[in-house]
Ligand binder design. Structure first.
Ligand code: CUA
Length: 348
């Protein structure tokens, strides 16, 4: 691809902005939600320290090269108009050895800690009290399963602070990439293969995630959120998720529940005890588990805030909000969509 000047200027501005952002984050919290410079897990801290090491090596090389260059300008320059003496040096073995060995040593100094960090995130064994979280990439949303708890959720994962998390990464369709900048990563999610990544979240908070491998029309709309909870908060979340879905007491939510009971939504979406995803529809037909949909902050691959208006708009025409989406437009009328939205929001 050829870059036009205005694009080049745009890229240069982008780089400058990134550099300033990097400098700015040295002083603490950041306004940039996908910032990779404010680590919140052991893995992200190790990646940060690698980044600093490599930058320092680069800085050293830069200073040496620019220093020698500046010195050479002084040593070998002549007065204007006077020709310098021609060099008769054809080769210099010592120089050639030096410029082969030194870069090799620098590469080694960068490679060894990098490979060590990569390997540390995929150990062959891990401690028994690690929490296994299955991450399933779908076009275009994320499913999170907690096998030890028998729970499934979507788009928003909860993790306990200070506990080893063992992510098992599986794809339902094409190659995706699991990436939460504040917690480290990325790691590809490949069909027919289980990849893994282990980390210990250190700081409670909400962190943004994003699919980082082009995976079709709505790749950019394949976002997610990770909530790192205190150990007690995580226990509360698990206990809450284990409860069955709420039953609406009346009003539009109850009317929505009645519509749901006869609507095709139930083929693809599980609401535990109410509707179940039929195992005959594997792959792209599977939609997010909605048992506790109302307690999530976002929907549709975490691109929309979870409000009744957004849910109704989504049900009416999903493709308008997320191009290429597999959820079909079922021709739901606006008043029915808002009742369904009221029902889904009641599923706290
Ligand atoms: Cu999934 Cu990009």
């Amino acid at each position: 691809m050829k870059l036009r000047p205005n694009r080049l200027a745009g890229r240069a501005r982008g780089l400058l902005f990134a550099a300033l952002a990097a400098l700015g984050t040295g002083c603490g919290e950041t306004r940039y939600p996908m910032d990779t410079f404010s680590p919140k897990s052991d893995l992200a801290e190790r990646i940060q320290s690698l980044y600093i090491q490599v930058t320092l090596w680069d800085l050293l090389v830069f200073i040496i090269v620019v220093g020698i260059f500046a010195a050479a300008l002084g040593w070998f320059s002549t007065r204007v108009g006077e020709p310098g003496e021609a060099s008769d040096v054809e080769s210099d073995l010592r120089l050639e050895i030096a410029w082969t060995v030194i870069p090799a040593l620098i590469l080694l100094a960068i490679t060894v800690p990098t490979v060590r960090t990569v390997l540390s995130t995929q150990p062959s064994t891990w401690s028994k009290d690690a929490l296994t979280v299955e991450v399933i990439g779908h076009q275009w949303w994320w499913e999170f399963r907690y096998p030890s708890e028998g729970l499934t959720t979507a788009d928003e994962a909860h993790l306990p602070q200070n506990r080893l998390i063992h992510f098992q990464l599986i794809s339902a369709d094409v190659i995706h990439s699991f990436w939460v900048p504040a917690l480290g990563g990325k790691r590809d999610v490949v069909p027919g293969q289980t990849n893994q990544i282990t980390l210990v979240p250190k700081v409670p908070g909400m962190y943004y995630g994003q699919c980082a491998e082009y995976c079709g029309d709505s790749h950019a709309n394949m976002r997610f959120r990770v909530f790192v909870d205190t150990p007690e908060g995580f226990k509360r979340w698990i206990a809450h998720e284990k409860q069955g879905p709420a039953t609406p007491k009346g009003g539009p939510a109850a009317e929505g529940a009645a519509i749901w009971a006869n609507a095709p939504c139930a083929i693809c979406h599980t609401i535990r005890g109410i509707s179940g995803f039929s195992p005959q529809y594997q792959g792209s037909f599977r939609g997010p588990d909605l048992t506790h949909f109302g307690s999530r902050t976002t929907l549709a691959g975490s691109i929309l805030d979870n409000t009744p208006e957004h849910v109704a708009a989504w049900i009416e025409n999903p493709d308008r909000l997320k191009p290429g989406v597999y959820m079909p437009n079922l021709g739901v009328k606006p008043e029915e969509a808002s009742k369904l939205a009221a029902y889904l929001e009641s599923l706290k």
